[in-house]
Design a protein around this ligand. Structure first.
Ligand SMILES: *[C@@H]1O[C@H](CO)[C@@H](O)[C@H](O)[C@H]1NC(C)=O
Ligand SMILES: *[C@@H]1O[C@H](CO)[C@@H](O)[C@H](O)[C@H]1NC(C)=O
Ligand SMILES: *[C@@H]1O[C@H](CO)[C@@H](O)[C@H](O)[C@H]1NC(C)=O
Length: 322
């Protein structure tokens, strides 16, 4: 008896040491296949960026389904850009889809099980959380964002003034910028690149079969994790989509935003989940960025449908826990 008792005690002690933060959350929204149509509002707006009036023309739900831009099956939801229409440089933008969750979330966990994310020169996909009507005072967390196939993924916060992150934090990612204030540094926000994980974005993410992104937001910290599809570190509750998850066993996050230099409770309010795919525009299409991405000529690929045949998200699920 004694050896086993000792062993169990040691196990408990080491688990307790690992469990520095985090906790138990219960499933509140399980969004799979057709559920996306109920859980999200399709924002049929045009995404204006500089230079061109409308880069993306976001369509409504009925149009998206009619044009095949969204397809729901029993276990997946595809959301893509139009990849057949040749656009004129002066005409309307490329049809695409932008969805915003009907529910708003404060402290919560969100797990995105993604089989494929948009790729191609000129693509600029994003999975993020904010409250558009109260930006930036209700905060913004960019969970997945990048342009022109360039890995790794970047995770950022954008907030009202007096919010920053320390440059030396316990996370896997590499800090890029520390001031989260959206009104300074051209709204670059604070955040990190997942340089340790080349398969965290774009073609490399897709080649690996996708993976999981997870967010945990509390008043004390915001954490984002990434696990590639075959990662041995993927927590079992994440892999199984369990009804209860325990973030204290999820390990060191890819990006960590502690409340040491930012009162998160006053910088973040209720947020929606937003997923959108735009093209070129201020970031992806800026000539320097586009060129540095190794993309040919300028971001006129925007007019060429061939460039967008792989510009689609395929979600296995989105699960929110509270
Ligand atoms: C800035 O935030 C800190 C907490 O992080 C707070 O103590 C301080 O009063 C704030 N300053 C202003 C000017 O709001
Ligand atoms: C998503 O929408 C926001 C707000 O309209 C816009 O600033 C951003 O460029 C869009 N991003 C993507 C990747 O579509
Ligand atoms: C990027 O710009 C440089 C200098 O103008 C040019 O030599 C190079 O070919 C460009 N790269 C691509 C991929 O277009």
């Amino acid at each position: 008896m004694r050896p086993s008792f000792v062993r169990d005690t040691l196990t408990l002690v080491s688990l307790a040491q690992l469990a520095v933060a985090g906790g138990l959350y219960t499933l509140s929204d399980s969004i799979v296949g057709e559920d996306f149509y109920d859980a999200f509002n399709f924002e049929d707006i045009s995404d204006p960026t500089h230079g061109r009036v409308h880069v993306s023309n976001y369509v409504d739900s009925a149009t998206a389904q009619l044009l095949g831009l969204t397809v729901a099956t029993a276990n997946s939801f595809i959301m893509r850009a139009d990849d057949t229409t040749v656009l004129s440089p002066t005409g309307p933008g490329r049809n695409s889809v932008r969805i915003r969750s009907n529910n708003e979330y404060t402290t919560h966990v969100a797990v995105f099980d993604i089989n494929h994310m948009p790729e191609g020169c000129g693509t600029w996909p994003a999975i993020w959380e904010t409250l558009e009507a109260d930006w930036p005072d209700s905060g913004e967390t960019d969970i997945v964002e990048g342009v022109n196939n360039v890995s790794p993924n970047q995770v950022h916060l954008h907030t009202s003034p007096n919010c920053s992150i320390p440059s030396n934090i316990r996370q896997l990612g590499t800090v890029l910028t520390t001031d989260c204030d959206a009104s300074v540094n051209y709204n670059s926000g604070c955040g990190s690149a997942l340089s340790y994980a080349p398969n965290s974005f774009g073609p490399a993410f897709n080649a690996a079969g996708g993976g999981w992104y997870a967010l945990e937001r509390t008043d004390d910290y915001i954490s984002v994790w990434f696990w590639s599809r075959d990662s041995w570190f993927t927590p079992v509750d994440v892999r199984l989509g369990s009804p209860v998850v325990d973030t204290s066993f999820w390990g060191t996050p890819a990006a960590y935003f502690p409340n040491t230099d930012c009162d998160l409770a006053s910088h973040f309010g209720p947020n929606n989940i937003i997923i959108n795919l735009t093209f070129c525009g201020d970031w992806a299409g800026s000539p320097a960025v586009y060129n540095a991405s190794g993309c040919p000529s300028t971001c006129v690929g925007e007019y060429n449908p061939q460039a967008f045949k792989d510009a689609y998200f395929q979600f296995a699920s989105i699960r929110v826990y509270q």
